[in-house]
Design a protein around this ligand. Structure first.
Ligand SMILES: *[C@@H]1O[C@H](CO)[C@@H](O)[C@H](O)[C@H]1NC(C)=O
Length: 221
């Protein structure tokens, strides 16, 4: 009768396989919960907020936005916004960081989806391509901003926002056309995230003047 007695090297391979399974299972669990959290935020953005219940502060903040309703809704998703506000400059600063953070989150969702689609070959999902492009564009300008408004990076934020919301300029394709009926749930989540970022940018644009520091006062004689 043949019996199986594991020698050292089979034991070793067994352990390696066990470790691999364990590590990849942990990885899946972690990315699942991150994904879950991001999706939950999307739900909040879309459904939690009943416009008529919003405090007046959001009406004030969004008064000059192009699209006031989405602006108010997205403002309501910023935790403790009311308590963080001490003025327009602080709001402008806060919004730039919120935009940067949400863009990073949306990219963390979009980039792996796009990479997987590219690996699969064939036609890439249109909306995913549009939205990933838009997210890259925002990320390039808004990521890694210093805590406080400076003279180097923030003026670029101002000119970027100005250009995006120039009168007569069409919103990006991700905003206008996505998600579409070909979008999977994940792709739709990416598009919805970009819509929320767009609404934040719409509001930040109205505060654009604060991204440029006033010139220092002339020296006293
Ligand atoms: C953005 O993310 C950083 C790092 O996670 C965090 O420290 C910061 O509080 C966030 N800012 C906002 C405004 O959400």
């Amino acid at each position: 009768m043949a019996s199986f007695t594991p020698n050292r090297s089979t034991m070793f391979f067994f352990l390696v396989i066990l470790a691999t399974v364990f590590v990849s299972a942990a990885g899946v669990a972690a990315s699942d919960s991150e994904h879950g959290r991001v999706l939950e935020e999307d739900q909040n953005i879309r459904y939690r907020v009943d416009d008529s219940e919003l405090p007046n502060v959001y009406y004030g903040i969004c008064m000059y936005a192009r699209e006031q309703r989405p602006c108010r809704r997205v403002m309501a998703t910023i935790p403790d916004l009311k308590f963080k506000l001490s003025g327009q400059v602080e709001l402008a600063e806060l919004l730039s960081h919120v935009i940067a953070n949400r863009t990073a989150e949306a990219k963390a969702l979009a980039d792996p989806l796009l990479a997987a689609a590219e690996e699969k070959g064939g036609k890439l999902p249109t909306c995913l391509v549009f939205c990933a492009e838009s997210l890259d564009e925002v990320s390039e300008v808004m990521s890694g901003l210093p805590e406080d408004i400076d003279v180097e990076k923030y003026p670029k934020v101002q000119s970027f926002l100005r250009k995006m919301f120039e009168s007569g300029a069409d919103p990006p394709l991700c905003q206008r056309c996505c998600p579409d009926k070909t979008s999977t749930a994940d792709e739709a989540a990416v598009a919805e995230k970009f819509h929320a970022i767009w609404a934040l940018m719409d509001c930040a644009e109205t505060l654009g003047q604060y991204y440029v520091l006033p010139p220092p006062p002339p020296p006293k004689r």
